[in-house]
Design a protein around this ligand. Structure first.
Ligand SMILES: [Mg+2]
Length: 262
């Protein structure tokens, strides 16, 4: 039997950038009784709390004991957080950062410039469409993320912006000429993640095995971008058993099947 279930977040557990639906919150809470649960995504720690943890606590009524089986592999697993039960009920402060591998300021500046210049040259720099206070390029410490329409744009606008990934493929191609020492991955609906080589989900999944003392065969991975160039592809390449989903509905279907057959 599997010991851990690992999940991409955007489009795998939710509609990109939104809290997980109630059904997923309930299924994941149930899964915490049987498996180590390991979401891994390019997003920041705060977003893991808003999109997943708060939903498990509020909708799934997850206990501290259950949360001690939840492992947050933030920024593609270049940061890892685990929950240390206090005995006094859930509190955000009880999350412990186990490790962190950040980019240097110089690397962040170089990547940011390469992405902005590339997007501008191609006519894909949509500054005029941003909500006030929003930004296109975000420093997520272990990676720099381009979100074409910013973080706050509506889901519909995001889906419509680059459904076939063609715009982002062009930006990535140009970035590789301008700053070839970094790797660029297409993720979510409008995003490109830039990282130092190897600091992708392969890094995170390697750390997951190490810190949870597991072997590859112990883990089942769920993701929506498992094709070459997608941000879940490194996990496939490593040889993990992977379920490719189109949406959180596929994931819910698979989880119901897993829970029913325990
Ligand atoms: Mg995804």
């Amino acid at each position: 039997m599997r010991k851990a279930l690992s999940f991409d977040i955007d489009q795998t557990l939710n509609i990109a950038k939104t809290p997980i639906p109630d059904e997923i919150a309930e299924l994941l809470t149930d899964c915490l009784n049987h498996f180590e649960i390991c979401p891994i995504s390019g997003q920041k720690f705060d977003q893991f709390l808003i999109q997943i943890v708060d939903r498990l606590v509020e909708t799934g009524h997850a206990t501290e004991e259950q949360l001690s089986h939840l492992h947050l592999f933030v920024a593609q697993g270049t940061q890892y957080y685990r929950y240390i039960p206090s005995g006094n009920g859930y509190a955000k402060e009880n999350w412990e950062q186990v490790y962190n591998y950040p980019l240097t300021d110089e690397q962040v500046a170089k990547i940011s410039k390469a992405i902005e210049d590339s997007a501008r040259e191609l006519g894909f720099w949509e500054e005029d469409k941003l909500a006030p206070g929003d930004e296109i390029i975000e420093n997520r410490l272990s990676q720099v993320t381009f979100s074409a329409l910013g973080q706050k744009a509506g889901t519909e606008a995001k889906y419509a912006w680059d459904p076939d990934c063609k715009k982002r493929e062009q930006i990535v191609k140009l970035c590789k000429e301008k700053a070839p020492e970094f790797e660029y991955e297409i993720g979510g609906t409008t995003s490109i993640n830039a990282i130092t080589p190897g600091m992708n989900k392969e890094f995170g999944m390697t750390k997951l095995l190490e810190y949870l003392k597991l072997e590859k065969k112990d883990v089942l991975y769920f993701g929506d971008m498992t094709q070459p160039g997608g941000n879940d592809y490194p996990v496939v390449q490593m040889g993990f058993d992977t379920i490719t989903v189109r949406s959180h509905e596929d994931t819910a279907y698979a989880l119901r099947g897993i829970l029913m057959n325990l």
